[in-house]
Design a protein around this ligand. Structure first.
Ligand SMILES: Cc1cc2nc3c(=O)[nH]c(=O)nc-3n(C[C@H](O)[C@H](O)[C@H](O)COP(=O)(O)O)c2cc1C
Length: 362
């Protein structure tokens, strides 16, 4: 397999080190995951928001579609306290939006941090019980207990880092590999050590510096959409390539068609970092909701509180196909997004990378 065989493909037991990013919120459908794994890459389930029973159901659906390895990604719970006053303030600020979308606000029950931890433990138990081969994390590093539990069942564990320091911490926690999430990346930032301001490192800076300080395989994520991105990340020291936005617009992805179209018609200067939708900073295409919430950004409660508070708005907007109030997560390379099948995308990435590679060696 020449240029593709490396320690990461051997670790994950896959043909190509092309990883379809886990994308929580219904994007990573069993169809998408299976199509990627069947094409020789690694399909990943974004299970952060999913109930344990739902994860089990989807694992079984994936297994009907492929016997190749796939992985599951979870959110490491981060501590928070529920501030009723802040919740009422932001609810008041969002009232006119709910009215506009004709959405009747229900009584929203916000789970406590302790409930979140219990849910996380149950998610881990399902992964072990179903013998899922690979488990990845974002938003932090799970406890040594959780890591050992997974490792004792021969499950490969992979963390997420947005700085060299976070990559070192993942290695120290005995992760088998680490995803380097550059500032270009779409969706939530995995940052857990320092402030967001300090942790917005572009991939061209992040990969080689992490490579000098970390020995586990590095997986590059952020703005990579084709063979050019793969080749560049490879030259800088990455062994694997995680694509989010590029798979989001694929036919098999579970994203709403309005959302796919928004990405397909966007440019690199239209994505912004915002806490508007979830209380945690994430990159997405700027829209009315982000602009409106910018005015009251001091009142936005932390993740996952704001995420619960905007659920109804996002759902109503999705049903109405109104992209102005949906979360349109996207990386900084939307001009390179295409509408194709996952198999076609992978084949294209492989052939393009090989072509570039051979043009250098001749
Ligand atoms: C819609 C969307 C949802 C995402 N959800 C997750 C997630 O659940 N877990 C995670 O580790 N990363 C998540 N990410 C981030 C990706 O893992 C990855 O860092 C990012 O997609 C790379 O940038 P790109 O979109 O430019 O390829 C998400 C990204 C997007 C676009």
């Amino acid at each position: 397999m020449g240029m593709w065989d490396n320690e990461l493909t051997r670790l994950l037991n896959i043909e190509y080190p092309i990883i379809q990013a886990p994308m929580a919120g219904g994007v990573t459908s069993p169809d998408l995951i299976a199509a990627v794994s069947n094409s020789g890459g690694l399909g990943m389930m974004g299970a952060g928001y999913m109930a344990p029973g739902q994860i089990r159901e989807q694992i079984r659906q994936i297994r009907q579609l492929t016997d190749k390895p796939f992985g599951i990604n979870l959110f490491v719970p981060t501590n928070y306290t529920i501030d009723r006053e802040k919740i009422n303030l932001v609810k008041h600020s969002m009232k006119h939006i709910m009215e506009k979308l004709k959405y009747q606000s229900e009584d929203i029950e916000i789970p406590s941090f302790e409930e979140n931890i219990d849910n996380f433990k149950e998610q881990i138990n399902i992964i072990i019980d179903e013998k899922v081969p690979i488990c990845t994390f974002t938003f932090g590093i799970p406890s040594a207990d959780v890591i050992n539990q997974l490792k004792n069942h021969s499950i490969i564990v992979i963390g997420t880092a947005t700085t060299v320091e976070e990559a070192i911490l993942n290695e120290k926690a005995e992760m088998d590999a680490v995803v380097l999430q550059g500032s270009e990346a779409g969706g939530h930032r995995g940052t857990f050590k320092k402030s967001i301001q300090e942790s917005l490192i572009g991939l061209i800076s992040l990969i080689p510096q992490a490579s000098d300080h970390v020995h586990i395989p590095l997986i590059a994520a952020g703005g990579i959409m084709d063979g050019r991105g793969v080749m560049a990340a490879k030259c800088l020291g990455a062994k694997g390539f995680q694509f989010g936005t590029a798979f989001l617009t694929c036919v098999e992805s579970g994203a709403n068609q309005v959302y796919k179209d928004a990405i397909l018609h966007s440019t690199e200067d239209q994505t912004v970092l915002t806490t508007a939708f979830s209380g945690k900073i994430a990159r997405g295409i700027k829209n009315t909701f982000i602009t409106e919430m910018e005015k009251v950004k001091e009142d936005i409660p932390v993740y996952p509180i704001q995420n619960e508070l905007t659920k109804g708005i996002r759902k109503a907007a999705g049903t109405l196909k109104n992209q102005e109030y949906m979360s349109l997560w996207s990386g900084q390379s939307p001009r390179l997004a295409k509408s194709s099948t996952a198999k076609e995308l992978i084949e294209q990435i492989i052939s393009e990378t090989e072509k570039i590679s051979s043009s250098y060696s001749n």
